[in-house]
Design a protein around this ligand. Structure first.
Ligand SMILES: *Cc1c(COP(=O)(O)O)cnc(C)c1O
Length: 239
């Protein structure tokens, strides 16, 4: 094994231990939580090592980088998640490789993704990104729809050709009333997710929790944690 692959294996084992411990503490079976490794800024060679180490789900947040990496890793048979803020003019590119888009936060993006999916002949799983501190009608500073706007966006996704509504995604806010309160933020997220399941029972994905707060997210019912730094290392430039 190369040094890098051994390092990734050790990091993955530590993250796996954390997820297992968080599930145990929450009284949840380990298989209720899926690890998505966020590979942004790291090379395709790392993605291939991760696949060899048993990772099946990876995420990226910039289309240009993601498109190239996905093309370089087709053999690995990975599921690709797009988790970054997305401009409508990138929808055509994203639907070519992304199996899931976690950052659906406005109706124009729903239309753009739907058109792109239909033209490409692909079906894309969509999660509505929730900005817990955004006022109704606005988009959060790191993307995301206001909690009040989630139901309408989910309905739009469900009605759109080529898209499925799969659930909700959030990032714990750095400002506002949830700043420094990831557990409270994720508890609020759990309420939003369960309200959504009343109208869309198949929308079971709750994408929440990153390297620093995955335990809180698992405690609050997250089904998918998105972990970058704890697996790959601190990113230069910190994005
Ligand atoms: C980068 C990123 C992550 C991973 O963050 P880490 O702190 O490196 O684990 C998760 N979600 C989104 C949306 C991201 O952009």
């Amino acid at each position: 094994m190369t040094d890098r692959k051994a390092q990734l294996a050790a990091n993955l084992a530590r993250v796996e231990d954390r997820i297992a411990a968080a599930c145990a503490a929450a009284g949840r079976p380990r298989d209720e939580v899926t690890l998505i490794v966020v590979t942004k800024t790291y090379p395709a060679s790392d993605v291939r090592f991760l696949a060899e180490l048993g990772v099946t789900q990876v995420a990226e947040n910039r289309d240009q980088e993601a498109a190239q990496k996905a093309a370089d890793c087709t053999e690995a048979g990975l599921t690709w998640h797009f988790v970054g803020q997305l401009q409508t003019n990138k929808a055509r590119s994203v639907v070519r490789y992304a199996d899931f888009v976690h950052s659906v936060d406005r109706s124009r993006l729903v239309s753009a993704l739907s058109d792109a999916a239909v033209r490409t002949g692909r079906e894309v799983g969509c999660l509505v990104q929730v900005a817990l501190d955004a006022p109704s009608g606005s988009v959060g500073s790191r993307g995301g729809a206001a909690p009040e706007d989630v139901a309408e966006l989910a309905d739009a996704v469900a009605a759109a050709d080529g898209l499925r509504i799969e659930g909700v995604m959030t990032v714990a806010p750095l400002t506002g009333r949830y700043a420094g309160e990831p557990r409270a933020a994720f508890d609020r997220m759990r309420e939003i997710a369960s309200a959504l399941r009343e109208t869309h029972p198949a929308a079971t994905m709750v994408s929440a929790g990153m390297s620093s707060d995955l335990e809180h997210a698992v405690a609050a019912g997250a089904t998918h944690v998105r972990v970058g730094t704890a697996v790959l290392g601190v990113r230069p430039g910190l994005r």
